[in-house]
Design a protein around this ligand. Structure first.
Ligand code: BV8
Length: 229
């Protein structure tokens, strides 16, 4: 790999697909006949909190049955050996990058293993089911605790830190994302404007593939270790 000073990597559901976590496209964006956008929105939550809680309980439970794959591990190994600036931004809400050992990591859409009090905004580690009857640890009220997930229409997390890194990077690599969800889908353009080389590693070309300097297609567990070796 040529000498880069500052690398930003963006991952999407495709990097966890070979660990057995379904992507949004694979499920045609539906869950039990509910469009993901409907279930993964504040409106959907307030309309039917029990349905949305069970959507996330099911995905949180699945995390105990899956393990990280060679793509997650290759990113963690590269970060440890790289002597420049490295930031991994994931759209995924699973914990597989953390389990693989990634350090400088931002979960811009939140995490399944976190819950947030809607009154105090306090965030808690949360590994069990969340229901509308769950008592919030800080205000001791039922119904106040929600998944610490960024839903459609909500502000993604740590955007200033992400844009700062994009404005400084000389390599931007997008892995396993269809490039349909903003603002993540626009990150490559921010990096390009900063003069970075842009690379896409994906099973099939994403919606912005033609605008990347390089777009490599294949399985993440093959592409990522090859690219970051
Ligand atoms: C915001 C948490 C303001 C929930 C998620 C109209 C036009 C443009 C934008 C909008 C619009 N209307 C509304 C918007 C904004 C909206 C948006 O983009 N909507 C889309 C639907 C048009 N965005 C928002 O609301 C965001 N907030 O904009 O706030 C703002 C703006 C700027 C700055 C500050 C504030 C909030 C979006 C967050 C929503 N929450 N997740 C949950 O996970 O349950 S998004 C959710 O869907 C995922 O997190 C993920 O990000 C997204 C799915 O995307 P991917 O990860 O790409 O997954 P997908 O299945 O689509 O693709 C998988 C890819 O992997 C495929 O390409 C496939 O080929 C590949 N693949 C498969 N297997 C493999 C593989 N690759 C390699 N190897 C394999 N084995």
């Amino acid at each position: 790999m040529p000498r880069y000073q500052s690398i930003v990597v963006l991952t999407g559901a495709g990097i966890s697909a070979e660990s057995g976590i379904r992507t949004f496209r694979a499920s045609d964006g539906l869950w039990e006949n509910h469009p993901v956008e409907e279930v993964a929105t504040p409106e959907g939550y307030y309309r039917n909190p029990a349905l949305v809680q069970s959507f996330y309980n099911g995905r949180r439970q699945q995390l105990s049955e899956v393990v990280c794959n060679d793509a997650h591990k290759a990113l963690s190994d590269f970060e440890k050996a790289f002597d420049g600036d490295f930031l991994l931004v994931t759209q995924n809400v699973d914990d597989l990058h953390s389990r693989a050992g990634s350090q400088n990591l931002i979960h811009m859409h939140g995490e399944l293993y976190k819950a947030r009090c809607q009154d105090t905004e306090q965030v808690f580690d949360w590994h069990e089911d969340l229901t509308t009857q769950t008592l919030c640890p800080c205000c001791k009220q039922a119904g106040n605790l929600r998944p610490n997930i960024v839903w459609f229409g909500e502000m993604p997390l740590e955007m200033n830190r992400i844009y700062e890194a994009l404005s400084q990077c000389d390599l931007f690599v997008s892995i396993g994302t269809s490039g349909n969800v903003y603002p993540a889908a626009g990150f490559f353009a921010e990096a390009k404007a900063a003069g970075a080389e842009t690379v896409e590693l994906n099973l099939e070309p994403g919606s912005n593939a033609s605008q990347f300097d390089r777009s490599l297609t294949g399985h993440a567990t093959e592409l990522v270790p090859d690219f970051f070796n």
